[in-house]
Write a protein that binds this ligand. Structure first.
Ligand code: MGD
Ligand code: MGD
Ligand code: MO
Length: 764
């Protein structure tokens, strides 16, 4: 634990009074004229709005108060009374604002007016919506090649906004759709598509009620998916098992006090969220699953030799899978030495974790960024899937693969076409809908968009939400390159650093948030829809008055830009902009899986987008679930630094007080950090070896030899329970250290959880 951090200690359990106090503080600070409590009671209710916090599924809408501490932060942060007005921009130049922190920028509140950058004064100035649309349309049309424009999407955008956006971008003539998913669960999408024929998870929330065993891998749900803790805790209370696999002992994965449980709150008690905890080295998870599979295969051999019942589900393997024998050969050929060195575990650790699998009838594996943000993530997820196929743990009640998504609609955005490599069938359907041929070549993902900005071929950047400049690797280089573009446009609720690197022409366009009432010109309320991690699609309608009279919905802003850029010959943007039902009709024509979209989404709990893999229909080229075909990495990042003085693998993670690049506050209660973020978590023995102690100040230096100097200077050392050679610190500050050229194999995901660095004592 963070020993040297003076006055305050880490919390004993996740949730509890700490969470309630934090909620109260948040409500007070938001000071919303519309009652904060009323806003919260509408969260995740049938007639309310979807929590913009995370993509965890909801139980029956309306059955309880469905929010958590960090959902409250997300909501109140949006529903603040603070405003960023034209007067604010008149008072502060862009150069000045660039010196502000991420927290201070967003804390100024909601953007109120469309703004255009004036390079002569270095200030943003108010502009009318008409002039903004016309200016953007003219600038986009002045670009020689549509592939020189990058159209970014952050995963909070609704299905309706995302679908309209991709329609516009494809008509404009490019598939350049860098999106936050490229930095997030891309490896899950790639690996699951190869393994089971669809890049999504196969479980429903109810599966947690039936499962015998959950592996929760590379994920910190106490902070990032707090509503998942209720599921994990119920699994443990039922007597089933939860194995947490995480280099850090994350509080939420040990104990949870449910702030909505009165008795628990009064007694100050909490309950466990896991039954077993194993702490591997960074990037060691493929080795763990390979090792567990080895144990399972040995158990099968033994059972056969002794004439006992089979351990494997032979019927499933024979009927539904491909590549079993070849993969078994790989598993058997993998040495324990390599497995133990990469994972950093003992053979007993792995055998214990595998024995639980052997004993369990129904198993779920859930994972997030600790698995997806490495070089070997795709192979690791394939290995997880192969392990699960051994006992038919896919497509059965209480079983399944569960990539836990990040942004609340990141999965939906992909479904409706935010995809630089969309399937041909989708483009075919869009062409039939629009009566025009559309570009087919692969567009840019985030890494390729960065490349185009750095080499000067990109001319324009449009962002539907997010904070590209801070979220991406090599953030300093990228921010600088953004300033050289001809056009930058940001559709946003709040001011962030991404808006402060204006191109030659630049606009910041303020939009309505999830919490706000969206009415069209005739005064009819519009709802949007989102898809959660479990492929449930539901409606979301805000209840608060808009932060300013000048705001438009994302849908109307996109329609405005589209009309001014590609004209209304193919699409009646005015009508679609005014009527979300019409957009949903169009979505359902292009993607028949949405069925009678407008009717279904008005059911209280929304509806489930059928996932064939969860019914054992595997739409892969072999028409089967495919076992993996990869060896363990020849060398993990940890192995590459092991034995080199002061060299480490660094993981960059989230504090309890942030939402990605949105920094709510400076505390990380569960890890015992208060009032600061420029810290680096290091193992005690590593510190000793370097003659350092907790509280010392160090510089963290990137060790990639590609000509770029990467450093974070003056960070405070925190002595922490993390494996030797593996250190950690906060994103986005540490994006200055994450290289954009080193990416996940096949996923192109920045390797934010295995960054190679060196520590040096700071020279004050
Ligand atoms: N409050 C809040 N909620 C959020 C977000 C937020 O910022 N704040 N962000 C949203 C988004 S976009 C996303 S993608 C998710 C992110 O959700 P998480 O994936 O939980 O996010 P991180 O903070 O990056 O945490 C990564 C976890 O993986 C562990 N880990 C790192 N490397 C390894 C490894 O090699 N092996 C194993 N086994 N574990 C490892 C870390 O110790 C850490 O516990 O949360 C979403 N929800
Ligand atoms: N080093 C490192 N880098 C990472 C990660 C990591 O773990 N480590 N994680 C990666 C992951 S998983 C992700 S998903 C990305 C996140 O990358 P992004 O999605 O680009 O970043 P966010 O911080 O979520 O975006 C915050 C901004 O979104 C805008 N916003 C908020 N709500 C709305 C809305 O309703 N509409 C619109 N239009 N705008 C809105 C606000 O202006 C706010 O400032 O970062 C990635 N980068
Ligand atoms: Mo994410």
């Amino acid at each position: 634990m963070a020993k040297d951090n003076c006055e305050r200690k880490p919390s004993k359990a996740a949730g509890g009074w700490g969470a309630l106090k934090s909620v109260a503080r948040q409500l007070k600070n938001s000071g919303k004229p519309v009652s904060g409590a009323k806003t919260l009671l509408s969260l995740n209710q049938a007639d309310g709005f979807d929590c913009p916090g995370c993509a965890w599924g909801d139980p029956e809408h309306g059955s309880s108060f469905e929010f958590c501490e960090n959902g409250v932060k997300a909501v109140t942060w949006e529903a603040t009374k603070n405003r960023v007005t034209p007067e604010f921009f008149a008072a502060h130049s862009v150069q000045e604002l660039r010196t502000w922190s991420d927290h201070d920028l967003e804390h100024q509140g909601r953007l109120t007016n469309p703004m255009r950058y004036n390079p002569e004064t270095d200030h943003y100035e108010a502009v009318s919506w008409e002039d903004a649309f016309a200016g953007i349309g003219a600038a986009l049309n002045a670009i020689e090649d549509p592939n020189q424009a990058e159209f970014y999407t952050s995963g909070r955008a609704s299905n309706e906004a995302a679908f309209l956006y991709q329609t516009f971008v494809r008509l404009f003539g490019t598939n350049n759709f860098p999106d936050c998913s490229n930095m997030c669960h891309e490896a899950s999408g790639v690996a699951l598509t190869q393994a089971i024929g669809i890049g999504k998870g196969t479980i429903l929330l109810e599966d947690f009620d039936e499962t015998d065993l959950v592996y929760c891998v590379g994920q910190n749900p106490g902070t990032n998916h707090p509503r998942m803790l209720a599921s994990l805790r119920e699994v443990v209370e039922r007597g089933a098992k939860v194995v947490a696999i995480n280099p850090l002992k994350e509080k939420g994965l040990t104990r949870f006090a449910d702030p909505q449980n009165k008795i628990e709150m009064i007694r100050g008690t909490s309950a466990p969220t896991s039954t077993h905890y194993i702490s591997p080295r960074l990037g060691g998870d493929m080795a763990i699953f390979r090792g567990m599979s080895k144990v399972v295969l040995e158990a099968e051999d033994k059972a056969q030799a002794e004439g006992k019942p089979a351990v494997l589900d032979h019927a499933f393997i024979a009927e539904h899978t491909h590549g079993f024998d070849a993969w078994c050969d790989l598993v058997r050929a993998t040495s324990w030495d390599q497995i133990l060195d990469q994972s950093g575990l003992t053979r007993e650790d792995i055998e214990t974790a595998a024995q639980m699998y052997i004993d369990a009838d129904r198993v779920i594996v859930a994972w997030a960024m600790g698995i997806t943000q490495h070089v070997h993530s795709v192979d690791t997820i394939r290995e997880i899937a192969s392990f699960m196929f051994l006992k038919g743990n896919v497509g059965r009640k209480g079983t399944g693969l569960c990539p836990v998504r990040g942004h609340s609609n990141v999965q939906g955005d992909r479904t409706v076409g935010i995809n630089e490599k969309a399937p041909a069938a989708f483009i075919d359907a869009m062409e039939a809908e629009l009566g025009v041929s559309l570009p087919r070549e692969r567009g840019h993902n985030v890494i390729q968009a960065i490349g185009a900005m750095l080499d000067g071929t990109a001319k324009a950047f449009i962002a539907l939400g997010g904070n590209f400049a801070r979220a991406v690797p090599d953030s300093h280089l990228v921010a600088e390159a953004m300033g050289k573009l001809d056009l930058t446009v940001n559709i946003a609720t709040k001011l962030n650093h991404g808006h402060l690197m204006p191109g030659k022409q630049s606009y910041v366009l303020p939009c309505l948030g999830r919490t706000e009432i969206d009415k069209n010109l005739e005064g009819t309320r519009q709802m949007v829809t989102v898809e959660d991690s479990m492929s449930m699609v539901h409606g979301s309608s805000g209840i608060n008055l808009p932060a300013s009279k000048s705001l438009l919905s994302e849908v109307r802003i996109i329609a405005g830009i589209a009309k001014a850029t590609v004209g209304s010959e193919r699409v009646d943007w005015d009508t679609l902009g005014q009527d979300h039902d019409k957009i949903r009709e169009m979505i359902a024509r292009v993607l028949p899986i949405f069925g009678d979209f407008n009717k279904q989404v008005r059911e209280p709990r929304g509806f489930w987008l059928r996932n064939p893999a969860s019914e054992r229909e595997f739409r892969t080229p072999t028409a089967k679930a495919n076992f993996g075909d990869a060896d363990l990495p020849a060398l993990t990042e940890w192995q590459s630094v092991n034995g080199k003085d002061a060299h480490f693998v660094l993981q960059t993670f989230r504090s309890h007080d942030q939402y990605n690049t949105t920094v709510y506050g400076m505390d990380d209660r569960y890890r015992g950090i208060y009032g600061e973020r420029e810290v680096v978590f290091v193992n005690k023995r590593d510190l000793k070896a370097m003659d350092l102690k907790g509280g010392d100040i160090v510089d963290i230096i990137g060790t990639y030899e590609d000509g770029h100097r990467r450093e974070c200077k003056g960070f405070r050392v925190v002595e922490y329970d993390t494996p030797r050679g593996c250190i950690g610190g906060y994103y986005p500050e540490m994006n200055a250290l994450v290289p954009h050229q080193t990416v996940g194999d096949l996923s192109f995901t920045p390797t934010s959880k295995s960054v190679l660095v060196r520590l040096e004592k700071s020279n004050p």
